[in-house]
Design a protein around this ligand. Sequence first.
Ligand code: 1GP
Length: 257
Amino acid sequence: MTNIYKDIIQAKADGQKLLAILLDPDKIDLNSVALLIQKINQSPATHIFIGGSHVQNNILDELIFSLKQKVSLPIVLFPGNSSQISAKADAILFLSLISGRNPDYLIEHQVKAVPILKKTQLEIISTGYILIESGNETAVARVSETKPLDRKNNDYAMHTAQAGEMLGHKLIYLEAGSGAKQAVTYEMIKKVSNNIEIPLIVGGGIIDLQGIQKAYDAGADLVVIGTAFENDHNFFDYQAQKSTIVNHLPKAFGTEI
Ligand code: 1GP
């Protein structure tokens, strides 16, 4: 059994920021996985998340197997539903879509996942998942048939996160949705992170290094980058060259870029 959650807690206690690259198996060509692996290893990522709203191919096991040959980062499932579980990963964000009011995504998919999870050694990390309105309809909103929270109502987002914490979730994931036009506001990140004890993940629509840095400054403990890296595997190289703030980056970025 891995200790991924314990490590996240430790990083938070040490003030170390974390960065996950999100891989959507639907958009990955197994033939070019060598380049993907090279770019992941050159990046400042601390975790790999794997998932998507409607993963349809069945390359999940094979992809994780290939990654594990050459990448030492923890591989964490970030599933859209119970069909996206692979025993080959290290952990799973066991999500409940607490911003939504669709029982399927609050509890039904989780119940269906149990018999599958019981046959694995995956570390299960209970996560309150909060979708925030972001200027365009995202795949999560479409697939889950839920309404995102008002991006200006920081108090309601905070109360939702606090309810998630009180219910026993171990992480809160503030999500604008993959490819979001607008990321979650820094004010909202600050409000939520200042008012929960558990670590805060932030993702959706973050497309540059400044966006990552600002999310950290606002209180995000772990930032997720999906689309920007998916569109350009050199994302972190260019970003490092372009950035004038690189020397001020948190420890997660180390000296590798
Ligand atoms: C999506 O938070 C992740 O669930 C990442 O979003 O693809 O916009 O980076 P992006």
